[in-house]
Write a protein that binds this ligand. Structure first.
Ligand code: BGC
Length: 512
């Protein structure tokens, strides 16, 4: 497919298509998503394992086991220390993402990935050997630092090396890796939990070392992105690399010139963080905050983190709970493939709006089903198998809706709309906001469940309506627009054109 030529919506069209080199480069970089996914998926299963609870959180274990059927089931896992185990990681990732913006700008995307992988490896080791709660928490913090670095560098790296007309599909391999990581974690939790008498949780947590090693070794062999090389003054090397990833017969002069021009004007911006407040960057700043905020407020992570806890709450047995989490995890991964094959054809807006509608309908269905059966006091009746099956199917369709919309687009859209001069800073904001709300939901979910009961899903459904309207009104289509030409979409948008004037295609220098 090398040499494919498609007219871009931004007005420019660079030659060069999907070469083997660019595919494998993105494939390996996507390993960064595995470490994030593994962590997202592992804690829910581990926190529902009795030996783990008995050892580190005996009060939760006792509460769960002392419950009488007449007690309020919604509250049996309500413990702030237990949720701190899950959520601490995301606080650390937040801090790391802010620091990583400086590292990615100064030392490149690749080194940031390697550094992130190493931190993750140490975290996995500490968790495997954990004998006290503090070892667990410190291990989680290290994992969090690793994830902050990876999520900062990998999505922008992938968008930078991908040819513009395949950028959506290639970038979404990051999300695919996240979902595979979640699924692998769910599967290992399920398998390890079958072996009674061993510390299943130890193996579940320790296996995080595998994705860590994959990204460390993978990133070691990755080329640096041409944009990043130019950003660091290595123009010759950048041109050679661009030629290699676009194909040896392709004329890369035009693209290279534009990358150099973008880098030249980006040098006028010495303080990317302060510059972000300029009117000119209002659309990028808005989306760097709104997209991750809304992504988390879909409520998806209630399922990712706590599916086993949720299934146990509504009366499933321990094994059935882990099994159901496994089924939803598989749906997540398979449905992500759909977005990979459709995003560059139907565009970002279509997927966002379809996914939002699907999630909303499922949330209403799930709320009704749990509400009818459990009422407000959470007293369980007999849960017939067919009823349980409909709940699991409803959750799977909801997960699929997220998996082909807000999941991958939550990483793709920010990574492609930031101009080079503020790219690292904007991506840090994107990751930090994502992590703040991942943290918040992980931390307060069990309390929310205890107080809001089945209404929890309606709470998130309201946000899904709001975010769909927001996308409909404010997000321009970015499909098929080269990254360095992205300013055109803002200039043509009925709302954003007030902020981005045609003369603004060059970034204002700090002095202005
Ligand atoms: C989100 C995570 C979520 C995952 C689920 C990612 O895009 O950032 O918070 O757990 O998708 O697949």
């Amino acid at each position: 497919m090398a040499g494919a030529f498609i007219e871009s919506k931004g007005g420019k069209a660079y030659p060069g298509g999907l070469t083997r080199r660019v595919f494998f480069t993105c494939f390996v970089a996507a390993f960064g998503g595995l470490i994030f996914g593994y962590d997202l998926g592992i804690s829910g299963g581990v926190t529902s394992m009795d030996p783990f609870l008995k050892k580190f959180f005996p009060e939760v274990y006792e509460k769960e086991h002392d419950m009488k059927p007449s007690d309020n089931q919604y509250c049996k896992f309500d413990s702030q220390t237990l949720t701190l185990f899950t959520s601490s990681l995301y606080l650390a990732a937040l801090v790391a993402s802010l620091v990583a913006s400086v590292v990615t700008r100064a030392f490149g995307r690749r080194l940031t990935m390697i550094f992130g992988g190493l931190l993750f490896l140490f975290g996995a080791g500490l968790n495997f050997f954990a004998a006290h709660v503090w070892m667990l928490i410190v291990g989680r913090l290290l994992l969090g630092f690793g994830i902050g670095c990876a999520n900062q560098s990998v999505p922008i790296y992938m968008s930078e090396v991908a040819p513009y007309n395949y950028r959506g599909a290639l970038n979404m391999m990051f999300q695919l890796a996240i979902t595979i990581g979640i699924f692998a974690a769910n599967l290992l939790n399920y398998l390890f939990a079958q072996y009674k008498g061993v510390d299943a949780w130890r193996y579940s947590l320790g296996c995080a070392a595998v994705p860590a090693l994959m990204i460390i070794f993978g990133a070691f062999f990755l080329p640096e992105s041409p944009s990043s090389l130019i950003e660091r003054g290595l123009d010759e090397k950048a041109k050679t690399e661009l030629q290699k990833i676009r194909g040896s017969k392709v004329d890369v002069d035009d693209e290279f010139k534009d990358l150099v021009a973008a880098s030249e004007s980006s040098k006028a911006v010495k303080h990317p963080w302060a510059s972000l407040l300029k009117r000119h960057y209002r659309p990028q700043l808005t989306f760097a905050i709104a997209i991750p905020f809304f992504q988390q407020l879909t409520g998806m992570n209630v399922i990712t983190f706590y599916a086993p806890v949720l299934f146990k709450t509504i009366g499933f047995g321990a094994t059935a709970s882990l099994m159901s989490a496994l089924i939803t995890g598989a749906c997540n991964a398979v449905a992500t493939l759909v977005s990979i094959f459709t995003v560059d054809k139907f565009g970002r807006r279509t997927l966002f709006l379809e996914g939002g509608t699907q999630m909303f309908l499922c949330q209403v269905l799930i709320t009704s089903l749990i509400g009818i059966k459990f009422g407000v006091d959470g007293t369980p009746g007999e849960l017939p198998k067919w009823y349980a099956t409909i709940i699991v199917v409803g959750i799977c369709v909801y997960v699929a809706g997220f998996a082909w919309s807000w999941g991958p687009l939550g990483w793709l859209v920010p990574s492609e709309i930031f101009p080079l001069e503020v790219r690292s800073a904007c991506q840090s904001i994107n990751v930090a906001v994502n992590m703040i709300f991942t943290f918040a939901i992980a931390q307060i979910f069990t309390t929310m469940l205890c107080h809001m009961k089945f209404g929890l899903f309606i709470f998130f459904a309201c946000f899904v309506v709001g975010m769909s309207i927001f996308i409909y009104k404010f997000l321009p289509e970015t499909k098929g627009v080269p990254i360095e030409e992205m300013h055109v979409v803002w200039q043509n948008h009925p709302y954003w054109r007030k902020f981005v004037k045609p003369t603004d295609s060059k970034p204002p220098s700090d002095e202005v």
